[in-house]
Ligand binder design. Structure first.
Ligand SMILES: Nc1ncnc2c1ncn2[C@@H]1O[C@H](COP(=O)(O)OP(=O)(O)OP(=O)(O)O)[C@@H](O)[C@H]1O
Length: 300
């Protein structure tokens, strides 16, 4: 199936500065894709190029196989930068204005209000909404045309923890159907909770792409066993001295996590009691930090 988003060698320069560089990005239909990077990494600039709001300096963008603006307008909905609404109109009336403008049936207004869980406050003035409600109304507006691709730029920015949780739930709900959702965020935890796949951008470059599990990468096994000395000695004969480290009263083994059952059998057969055996994962925060540092250093 045609990718929802595909960029090739996409770049943007402002003056002499390259803020997005040689970006090859593929977002597949139906996935919730996290575009993760620190402030200033080039996320918003990229999203603006995807939406045809900023002209690339080089490279191409395709949405459902076509350049931005060439496909059906209804294919893409976006919430990028704060949404603009009339403060003295209700949420519902604000959406009605937009629906009329977009040539969308009024039945969609009630439907999207329901989707973002604003139905019960829909007739209150926008000015009285919490920040979280304002953001959700922004998402509702982006959903009016029932787009196949929804683009959200930092949707939880400025929200309190409850507002953030609501927004994350909403994004998960929206991604549960066939819709493609592209979410830019600088929050690792957020992307981890809601996205199927992640692209990490730093210094304008895509420095990693994959599922959270792939990014994290299980890097070995962690074993607690008695007696420790015998466990270490036997593990070293099994997998090689350099692959076994003693850390905090246990063993760290640099071997494929799939070898856990084999290792357990071998140790037990050798008379070692295995108390704990589990995959050793890298700390995602550290992975992200390393990627960003690497990406930024490459540019400098
Ligand atoms: N119109 C512009 N003119 C000049 N420089 C710009 C312009 N828009 C963005 N930049 C620069 O491009 C870089 C990337 O900005 P961008 O907003 O895309 O990053 P971001 O990853 O979305 O970060 P943030 O989360 O802070 O918005 C920044 O250094 C910014 O100052």
């Amino acid at each position: 199936m045609e990718p929802s988003v595909q960029t090739e060698a996409l770049s943007k320069r402002y003056g002499g500065r390259t803020v997005v560089r040689d970006l090859h990005l593929i977002v597949r239909p139906g996935e919730v894709y996290g575009f993760l990077g620190p402030n200033g990494a080039g996320k918003t600039t990229t999203l603006r190029m995807l939406l045809g709001l900023v002209r690339p300096s080089a490279g191409t963008v395709r949405l459902f196989g076509r350049p931005p603006g060439a496909g059906r307008l209804a294919d893409v909905g976006a919430l990028i930068e704060g949404p603009a609404f009339y403060p003295y109109l209700s949420g519902r009336d604000n959406l009605r204005v937009l629906a009329r403008h977009a040539g969308v049936g009024m039945d969609r207004v009630a439907l999207v209000l329901d989707l973002v869980h604003l139905a019960d406050r829909a007739d209150d003035r926008y000015a009285g909404y919490s920040l979280g409600m304002k953001q959700r109304l922004g998402v509702a507006a982006a959903l009016l045309r029932d787009p196949r691709l929804l683009v959200l730029d930092e949707p939880t920015n400025g929200l309190d923890p409850a507002g953030m949780a609501d927004m994350r739930q909403l994004i998960r709900r929206l991604g549960a159907g066939g819709r493609t959702v592209l979410v830019a965020s600088h929050l690792l935890g957020e992307v981890e909770q809601i996205c199927d796949r992640v692209g990490v951008i730093a210094g304008g470059r895509l420095v990693a792409e994959g599922s959270i599990a792939q990014l994290r990468g299980a890097v070995g096994l962690w074993v607690l066993a008695d007696p420790l000395d015998a466990a270490v000695a036997h593990a070293r004969t099994l997998v090689g001295t350099e692959r076994v480290r003693v850390v905090g009263g246990g063993l760290e083994l640099s071997v494929a996590p799939e070898r856990a059952a084999w290792l357990n059998t071998e140790l037990v057969t050798a008379g070692v009691a295995v108390r704990e055996l589990r995959p050793r994962e890298r700390d995602l925060e550290q992975v992200f930090f390393d990627l960003v540092e690497k990406g930024t250093a490459d540019v400098a």
